[in-house]
Design a protein around this ligand. Structure first.
Ligand code: FEO
Length: 406
């Protein structure tokens, strides 16, 4: 855990978290940072906290000592969002200091009481609220429901132009060199793009219409720096991250990349044999593609690729009159995360009878996925040469459609 000065009276407190599943569910191969901020005027405010994992909040409290800030002088906890990755430390904080006031939205106030009790004074704020901390530091607020929870808001400090954006404009990944984007070349930032995509698709994507509304609201501010709850602080590239988030949100409307995700599962290798031929074709086609096998690949990894891909190929056998179960589970999650507007093709083997296609159609309809399917293809038992050729022709059709629509 460390501190970074962001300007007169404004400090970042940040901790790297690795080897856990985010929300108990999402794999993070490169970890994640949790960022908290202190704004010091005549009064002191902490904007967002960090979770209560091992070493936290003890390390956090040591940093207060390093900054020469008496924790008992903290007047406000500004809670942009009550999800416990940002609020989990409050129980420990209350053991050290009780004379503070909470600032959050009306929905946040309900959640605060549910998580931490009713002892504190809670100031419910909205888009017209302002808190003057003295010494030139003024906090304003933008309510942004469902980015990510319904209680979410962003906090803007007027004198510095820093937007404390909590989950919005965040990313996975941890950073050796610096917590601010200025320290990195465009090439280095590009290397982090998948961690932005992973965070967006796994955590925020289902709420994309709300993300677009939040971005519109931000346009009314003179933003000098975006300081999110996870990931890099955006200074030189503040406009870039707003554009990147706009683009990722629009992926949901079908405005995705000229890419294909081949998602497949196989029991005894019948479907797998054709998958190998399809992968060869994708290689030769020079289109960008991802290949993920279920159940071996995590939902998070799959969703990251699916979110940005215009084209999806689903390959799975029928299993006891239904779809191969891990594929059904992955598709349900993709549908619930609202990865809409794809161009897709499905093929696979069956033994006793079909059934996978029926379940795929049911999931697609139930979750209103709005995918545009190329005619599916099934074969009984092991694929013959003509079956493979038929599948490859359909893959050609899919590639053409992806190129036309990207
Ligand atoms: Fe980073 Fe929705 O919590």
């Amino acid at each position: 855990m460390k501190t970074v000065n962001l300007g007169q009276g404004i400090e970042q407190l940040t901790v790297d978290i690795k080897d856990i599943l985010f929300e108990g569910l999402w794999e993070m191969p490169k970890g994640v940072t949790l960022n908290s901020y202190i704004v010091k005027g005549d009064e002191i405010a902490i904007i967002d906290g960090v979770c209560g994992w091992e070493g936290v909040p003890e390390d956090l409290f040591k940093l207060f000592d390093q900054l020469d800030i008496d924790i008992k002088k903290v007047k406000y906890l500004v809670l942009n969002h009550l999800e416990p990755d940002h609020s989990g430390w409050i129980t420990e904080f209350k053991k050290m200091h009780t004379d503070f006031e909470v600032i959050c939205t009306d929905k946040g106030a309900e959640l605060y009481k549910a998580f931490f009790g009713e002892d504190e004074v809670i100031h419910v704020v909205n888009d017209t609220s302002e808190i003057n901390l003295g010494a030139g530091k003024v906090l304003k607020f933008l309510t942004t429901p469902h980015v990510h929870w319904p209680d979410a808001m962003l906090t803007y400090e007027v004198s510095s132009g820093i937007l404390f954006s909590c989950d919005a404009f965040g990313m996975f990944g941890t950073f050796e060199q610096s917590t601010i984007d200025d320290a990195y070349t465009d090439l280095e930032i590009k290397a982090y793009q998948r961690e932005i995509n992973r965070y967006y698709s796994n955590i925020i994507g289902a709420f994309s219409p709300f993300v677009l509304k939040a971005i519109e609201k931000c346009k009314g501010l003179d933003i000098k720096m975006i300081a999110p709850g996870h990931g890099l602080i955006w200074h030189q590239r503040k406009d870039w991250i707003l554009e990147t988030y706009t683009h990722l949100a629009n992926n949901q409307k079908g405005d995705a990349e000229e890419e294909i995700t081949l998602l497949w599962g196989s029991m005894y290798g019948m479907t797998e044999e054709v998958v190998m031929a399809v992968e060869e074709k994708l290689k030769k086609s020079e289109i960008k593609y991802y290949v993920h096998r279920v159940p071996e690949t995590s939902w998070g990894e799959i969703l990251t690729s699916v979110w940005t891909s215009k084209g999806i190929i689903l390959a799975m056998p029928t299993y006891e009159y239904k779809m191969f179960p891990p594929m059904a589970a992955a598709l349900e999650e993709i549908g619930k995360k609202k990865a809409h507007g794809k161009i897709a093709f499905r093929f696979g083997s069956y033994g006793w009878s079909g059934g996978a296609q029926k379940e795929l159609d049911e999931i697609h309809e139930k979750l209103r996925m709005g995918w545009n399917f190329v005619a599916p293809y099934e074969f009984k038992g092991r694929a013959k040469q003509e079956d493979i050729e038929h599948v490859l022709r359909q893959v050609d059709v899919l590639i053409e459609k992806v190129k036309e629509n990207s």
